[in-house]
Write a protein that binds this ligand. Sequence first.
Ligand code: NAD
Ligand code: UFG
Length: 340
Amino acid sequence: MVIVTGGTGYIGSHTCVELIGNGYEVVILDNLSNSEESVLDSIEEITGTRPQFFNVDIDNATQLAAVFEKIGSQAKSVIHFAAKKAVGESVKEPLAYYRNNLDSLMNILVEMERFQIPNLVFSSSCTVYGQPEVCPVTEATPRKEAESPYGNTKSMCEDIIRDTARAQSLKAISLRYFNPIGAHESAKIGELPVGIPNNLVPYVTQTAAGIRKELTIFGDDYDTEDGTCIRDFIHVVDLGKAHLQALRKLETETIRSSYDIFNIGTGKGSSVLELVNTFKQATGIAINFKVGPRRDGDITAVFADTTKANTVLNWKAELGLEEGLRSSWNWEQNYRSKKA
Ligand code: NAD
Ligand code: UFG
């Protein structure tokens, strides 16, 4: 059995589909603070299996301990997705972010030790690299001081896991995701941004759907080929598969403790303008856009060297930008039609 915290969320739900499809028994822990319980129906529709679900605030040690009393002794592994993730909000409410993201991880680690659960996969982010001196970035590229409290929680969580694995029986992997996009091909699960999206792809699909009037591209005067920022857009289905491979690696290791980090991206940088043009190729829809000023805190370019994940995890991104954008658009349309 694998415990998936944040399993009704965007990346968690796609990972649950991969896990169930590969024979894992999945138990989801989520407080639904940024997801909907109906995601369980969608997972069941896709896989034919409804995962067991506990509505629990992982930040609350007592509540979490009560859930682990029920399932802890059967679990072999934990994948810890649950976290607050809005960068801007974290600047305004740093304590809420430090409390939720750090306490949740520490509560999970305490329960893992109590029930002798040996394997942990953790959601980290390429945000820990800040603006790297050289792209692509490898796992050996030095981390930079975080731009936001959210980013800082990711660096701090990585360190907490590393130190815990040194001190007790724990095998752990941090996956540093680059920019996740896309949705499951069924269009039954996908990203559910609350309010006006901060991230590029949901803003693009909502503009295509007529919910937003136009996209603002934040700056076209960066030192890149077309002047817009460059990111590594990784399909969420590929991302889900990376978790499966990380889990397989941990579960077959015979050592008592280990800690490792992997970049999870495509290895290819794409510019914001290139993404807007690719959306048109993928869907036939031209996005209304204007160019506005730079957004505070944005870095010029970051993309991954994925050699380590390719060789050690035997994982490679298979889906490209066009497939990611087409699936995001299908999800947006399907979700809106169900809500209408
Ligand atoms: P998401 O918000 O869709 O999913 C996170 C889930 O965690 C939600 O379902 C939410 O309800 C739950 N949650 C939050 N706090 C909780 C708590 N205290 N107790 C129980 N459940 C709680 O986010 P996502 O995009 O799927 O991200 C998953 C993980 O990946 C997060 O740790 C995030 O920081 C990380 N990450 C995301 C991105 C991205 O761009 N989406 C990039 C890098 C890393
Ligand atoms: N952008 C626009 N217009 C928009 C939204 C975004 O031009 O309306 C641009 C941004 O300026 C940036 C690029 O699109 O150049 C990507 O922006 P996102 O907000 O989609 O993603 P970020 O790279 O800023 O950050 C995201 C998450 C972080 C995470 C990081 C790496 O928000 O939490 O990816 O995984 F750490």
